[in-house]
Design a protein around this ligand. Sequence first.
Ligand SMILES: [Zn+2]
Length: 320
Amino acid sequence: MIRTRFLLLLAAFLALAAPAAAQKRIALSFDDVPRIPGAFMTPQQRTDRLIAALRRARVRQVAFFVNPGNLQQPWGAGREGQIAAYVRAGHVIGNHSFSHPHLSEIGAAAFIANIDQAAQWLNGRPGYRPWFRFPFLDEASRDIPTRDAVRAALRERHLQNGYVTVDSMDWLLDQLTSQAHNTGQTIDMNALRDLYVRIVVESAEYADQLAHDTLHRQPVQVILMHETDIEALFVADAVAALRAHGWRIVPIDEAYRDPIAAAEPDSPFLSSRIGALATAGGQPPPRELSPALNRMDVVTQAFNTEVLHQPAPTAPAPTP
Ligand SMILES: [Zn+2]
């Protein structure tokens, strides 16, 4: 009897200590800093709330990827202090280009000059890390000479690719929310929070499973977020939900020390590092590389029905 109880206890302990759950690690990153104002708060309120939310959620270190060119926009002027406040709170900053161009549109030379222009502002600042996050995650994956010219330029400058592995679709939720707000529609804020949290958790779980199946290990995931009102309002809820699903939130420094950080995958799917590695060297994708909730049409539909409580579109009658 005692022996049985001991074995049951041992089994329970081993289940708790299962490596699958223990190794789900994720770091947070926020792009487009300083970003256009959102629907609900001033940029200063947004920064204050975001810092407070991360502190309350015990998230020690995230990355803010800066577009110094935004400081020259009417809505970005004078916001250097907000960037410094993130760093004082323990977070780090990286290069997101000067003015957020599409590499595929402007070509390698102009793009590299844009990186250098941002570096002039960033180099030597407290909290700076030599990481480059591609705007739009556009690495010119189907234009090999352009892709490789930028890769060589990054190596020359000792800049590491600030890749992502998980998408939160927050920019789209922020855009839909602003549109609804500006047109006087009623926004169900609890439903907005729940939709955002669901996208974050499902996207992280999907990436974890994809890594498990294709890389046969669990790299530290890096989630793409933005400096939006959505994050200022709900990032602590997303963190709590991730933890409830067995995730450990780790500093972004730890994420970019992962072995996958050094890779330069030869793949047309460079917008997610795990998707890129899963398809490197011409391997066909084992399945969809991202979940349905990373699709714009799916998120927009969910927003309209769940957050704006619009009637769901009627499904077409099934064909016999
Ligand atoms: Zn961006």
